[in-house]
Design a protein around this ligand. Structure first.
Ligand code: SF4
Length: 482
């Protein structure tokens, strides 16, 4: 059984309750990101390009519990960053388990073996280990030689101690179906409870923009991977979402199904896109203009998205929304082999994936704004750029005051005099709100960490420092300060 019965029962009764209450927008899985800091710097990840003082910030356990209670979802995934670098992760997990939430702690497992003693096996806790396919593909995705072996060691240690362990795999261009299928066999042999799958999302701030999959290619790849399934493969996710990936069914994105809470607040509109923040879950639901996002919105940022955080909750909602949906789910659970002669033939003749080529980060072409100032009539233009920037800014106000820090939110496009910028100050960590009407000048004083050259320089420095030892929170902090 890929998901314990008690978890299935909890999720099913929760969804039915929401239906009886007539709630159209309800959360199923809370994506709780208690930090952005990580001990990897994956080229396909747009999550960790921030200045040092932001990467050092953490949500406290109390802030995490408040978010969990506000939202009420029965399942909590803890991604990041790398949650095992959080200084109080064991308190967060214990508090969620005590609240009977099903917790998926998403980890790259580099530190799993040495931190296992912090946790107790429980039906409520699962380590969801980031494994991006077979060894060569995984090491390429996470930009670390030997990353695969370290993760496998972590999995073995956790399974041996009686923990629930699942894997989560994001596939990018360059993945070939045959080796992914062989990878599933390896994961099953390791004794993992089930596997989760998703195509990568084209994060606009990810250093590598060349390896994201387009929709047709996603369907083609997943049809080859998931047709003619081997009986021993187990997937820890909605069977209807897997059908969606294979191109066997259509569904719409429901971004509120997996809302995201981070050090900046409730992220609009979804886990993948950062279009502003709300202070409460209620405000997130009420103030997000949902029609601007999703499958039929025409939003180019949604065009190639088939990611589980947007679509898996939609398939669960469908399954419990009608007898037809329920029957489709039962069928997909019982008859899960999906025999497909054409897919089998294509698999046999599939060319092996081309050799993976190291990405040249310095060739990414993001506009550098370092040292640029926007004053007077150009302030409105600078506001949108400030929100998009992944470095610090200095704001000069009309009263002569200067504020230095990271702009994490803004209202509208900067043209309304009623709007405001929200900033985290570099020295004190305080959150301040600055009305547009008070702004005299914006100056881009920090390095944009999403620009290829800055990111490459950071990664090189970090890798050189850790060459002699294991990655640690201290080492990350030390590199960020230098
Ligand atoms: S399709 Fe949905 S989940 Fe994907 S980026 Fe758009 S809003 Fe987010």
């Amino acid at each position: 059984m890929p998901v314990p019965l008690s978890q299935m029962w909890t999720v099913a009764t929760y969804v039915l309750k929401q239906k009886w209450k007539g709630r159209r927008q309800y959360p199923l899985v809370l994506m709780l990101e208690p930090l952005y800091r990580c001990n990897l710097a994956c080229a396909g990840c747009g999550k960790i390009q921030y200045p040092g003082h932001i990467l050092k910030r953490e949500l406290s356990p109390e802030e995490c519990f408040r978010a969990v209670e506000e939202c009420g979802a029965p399942v909590v995934a803890i991604p990041g960053g790398e949650p095992l670098l959080h200084s109080r992760i064991e308190e967060i997990v214990a508090g969620l388990v005590a609240r009977r939430k099903y917790v998926y702690l998403c980890t790259n497992a580099l530190l799993l073996k040495q931190k296992l003693h912090l946790f107790k096996p429980s039906k409520y806790l699962s380590f969801s280990v980031h494994m991006d396919g077979p060894k060569e593909q995984h090491d390429f995705s996470v930009c670390k030689e030997g990353g695969y072996e370290l993760a496998v060691e972590g999995i073995r240690a956790a399974v041996a101690k009686g923990f629930r362990v699942t894997t989560n795999t994001t596939l990018f261009e360059g993945a070939d179906a045959r080796s992914v299928r062989a990878f599933f066999d390896e994961m099953m042999e390791l004794g993992v409870e089930g596997m989760m799958l998703s195509p990568g999302y084209s994060y606009e701030k990810a250093p590598d923009q060349q390896h994201f999959l387009a929709k047709d290619r996603i369907r083609q790849l997943f049809r080859l991977i998931l047709s003619n399934r081997k009986p021993h493969w187990r997937f820890n996710m909605s069977p209807l979402y897997l059908e969606f990936l294979m191109g066997l069914r259509q569904t719409h994105c429901t971004p509120w199904g997996m809302p995201t809470y981070t050090i900046f607040g409730w992220q609009k509109p979804c886990y993948l896109m950062q279009d502003g923040y709300a202070d409460t879950f209620e405000e997130l639901l009420a103030s997000t203009r949902w029609e601007k996002y999703g499958t039929n919105s025409g939003n180019p940022k949604c065009a190639n998205c088939m990611v589980h955080s947007g679509y898996e909750a939609s398939t669960v909602d469908y399954a419990f929304g009608s007898w037809r949906g329920f029957w489709d789910m039962v069928k997909a659970t019982l008859f899960h082999r999906y025999p497909d002669a054409a897919a089998q033939k294509a698999l046999e003749t599939e060319k092996p994936a081309p050799k993976l080529v190291q990405i040249d980060l310095s060739k990414t072409t993001r506009e550098s704004l370092e040292g640029i100032r926007f004053a007077g009539a150009t302030v409105a233009e600078g506001i949108e750029k400030a929100f998009d920037y992944r470095g610090d800014l200095t704001l000069r106000l009309k009263n002569g005051q200067q504020l230095e820090g990271y702009v994490f939110d803004r209202d509208g496009d900067g043209s309304s005099s009623q709007g405001r910028l929200r900033m985290i100050l570099k020295t004190t960590g305080e959150r301040v709100s600055v009305p547009y009407a008070d702004l005299e000048e914006l100056c881009f004083t920090g390095r944009d960490m999403a620009a290829g050259k800055s990111w490459e320089a950071w990664v090189a420095k970090y890798l050189a420092k850790k060459a002699a030892g294991e990655p640690s929170a201290e080492l990350v902090a030390e590199t960020l300060d230098s």
